[in-house]
Design a protein around this ligand. Structure first.
Ligand SMILES: O=CCCC(=O)C(=O)O
Length: 506
């Protein structure tokens, strides 16, 4: 703990003056970072991962104590965090992510000459990051937002999540050690503790802050988004927020394996005590005998799953209150509950599934809201028109899933199109939980799943949130960034006069 307290890049409820200084220091760091090579920044990211692993049990124990999550989950999440850092390191070491695009001059073009134009992505400057409580490592201090912002050549001012302060300190210490080892500017990364309403908002309002990455509730994300829009200089806020992740279960899927799907879904609904933004909170199913069989099997599987400790008292109280609100709505029937009673003193969340008919669901927006915890609502529709209406009543989602057979998809194409219009990721015959960190992942979606559906917070494209295009017109070769020079010294892929190539320009 002494080491943590001695750390130079950690601040606790800073005064206005201290905040001013740390923002300026972060800005100076960003000025250095923006001109560093991909190689140098990649070394930094890899070193952060190594230092995180070197923390060993100190980190694992802190994260377990503060989040209530079991060891296996924390160790797995640590692996995902390190893997994510290494993935961004590979991306920037290779270098083509900057989307270099070159149109060479045509001086004798008629009626007017064409100038030489060269465009690439450049860093934004200082990025504020707000971590999530439910992933204390992979979506927190050195999580995807931090990794992608640093990879893009920005400095980061991280607002530590109040749910895991010690975990955040350990990771900040690892980042500081990695920065020292790899010769990064001292204030490339800064961790700030304090309340979201004061410290967090002060960071977003500060003129030095140029973008925000956030994962959490729609309520908090929206506050930051509005605040950023009201600034004299508005800045982008990339907030990943609420989602109920609808699952359309087609009747054909239940012909043979209703029991298997019910078991699989009981597992997904209760994974991590339901505290996943990808949690399947809504199951759409055609009313009838097969739906009854699925409901029976789901209820049976849920009854076998014991309540487990939630992240903290606030999350547990939030779950209990939103669950109570959902269950007291007209027309709702509880169809399954854990057979073990939740121990409230141990802040446990009780797995629960309920059922409602589609007409009632469509008419009541309360039922479209996220219940953050191990809960899902089975909505029974009678026909395709009603199914379409139910889907059209939904707002934006991170994911949508279709369970069925390939030939049956055509019959439901309208419903599937309606899902596609509302989601950032569509899944066939699987579960929405378990986000793969890779280039083709899109983790975002129409509002309120995220504030900008064009961008992802997971996968290599997350870097694009914290970069902006700059065109250099008729700029001297010697002063161009290496990425845009004729010689192509970094050997990256570029779009040159409309052809992709790694060749130099003669
Ligand atoms: O809680 C949000 C992220 C969910 C996730 O990463 C996963 O499902 O793996």
């Amino acid at each position: 703990m002494e080491i943590i307290n001695a750390s130079k890049n950690i601040f606790r409820s800073p005064s206005e003056e201290t905040l001013e200084k740390l923002m300026r220091d972060s800005f100076l760091a960003s000025e250095e970072l923006k001109n560093l090579s991909g190689e140098r920044k990649a070394d930094f990211l890899v070193a952060i991962g190594e230092e995180i692993l070197a923390l060993g049990d100190n980190l694992v124990n802190a994260a377990m104590n503060e989040s209530g999550l079991p060891e296996g989950r924390i160790v797995g999440e640590r692996g995902r965090t390190v893997g994510q850092l290494n993935l961004f390191a590979d991306l920037i070491r290779e270098g083509s992510w900057v989307d270099a695009t070159i149109d060479t001059a045509i001086p004798d073009r008629q009626p007017l000459p064409k100038a030489d134009l060269r465009k690439m992505l450049r860093p934004l400057g200082v990025v504020a990051v707000f971590g999530a409580s439910n992933f204390p490592l992979a979506f927190s201090t050195a999580g995807g937002d931090t990794a992608s912002a640093l990879a893009g050549g920005n400095s980061v001012v991280m607002k530590a999540h109040e749910g895991h302060p010690e975990t955040s300190d350990w990771v900040a210490l690892a980042i500081q050690k990695a920065a020292e080892r790899t010769g990064m500017p001292e204030n490339a990364f800064t961790l700030v503790h304090g309340s979201g309403a004061t410290v967090g908002q002060a960071i977003v309002k500060h003129p030095i802050c140029k973008a925000v990455g956030f994962t959490g509730s729609e309520y908090a994300g929206r506050i930051l988004f509005d605040l950023a829009a009201q600034r004299k200089e508005p800045i982008p806020v990339f907030a990943e927020m609420g989602s109920i992740n609808p699952v359309l279960i087609l009747p054909e899927a239940l012909e043979e394996n209703a029991e298997d799907w019910a078991k699989t879904y009981a597992g997904s609904i209760t994974l991590g005590v339901g505290q996943f933004c990808t949690n399947p909170g809504l199951l759409l199913i055609k009313d009838g005998e097969k739906a009854n069989l699925f409901a029976y099997n789901l209820a049976k599987a849920i009854s076998d799953i014991a309540p487990a400790k939630m992240l903290n008292g606030k999350v547990k109280n939030g779950y209990d209150a939103s669950l109570a609100n959902a269950l007291e709505q007209k027309g709702i029937t509880v169809i399954g509950e854990s057979s073990t009673k939740a121990n409230n003193a141990n802040i446990e969340g009780a797995p629960t599934v309920a059922s409602v008919d589609a007409r009632t669901f469509i008419a009541n927006p309360e039922l479209h809201k996220e219940v953050f915890g191990p809960y899902s609502l089975l909505v029974r529709y009678t026909g395709e028109d009603e199914l379409l209406e139910a889907i059209e009543a939904l707002s934006g989602q991170l994911t949508a899933t279709v369970i069925g057979s390939e030939p049956s998809l055509e019959k439901y194409s309208q419903a599937i199109d309606a899902l596609l219009a509302r989601t950032g990721r569509i899944i066939f015959n699987g579960v929405p939980t378990g986000v793969e960190v890779c280039p083709s992942m899109h983790h975002g979606g129409p509002y309120p799943a995220s504030t900008d559906s064009r961008f992802t917070s997971v996968g290599t494209d997350a870097i694009k949130r914290f970069a902006r295009p700059v065109s250099y017109q008729s700029w001297p070769q010697s002063l161009l960034p290496d990425e845009l020079k004729d010689e192509n010294p970094l050997n990256i892929w570029r779009l040159v006069n409309n052809s992709l190539s790694t060749e130099k320009i003669n």
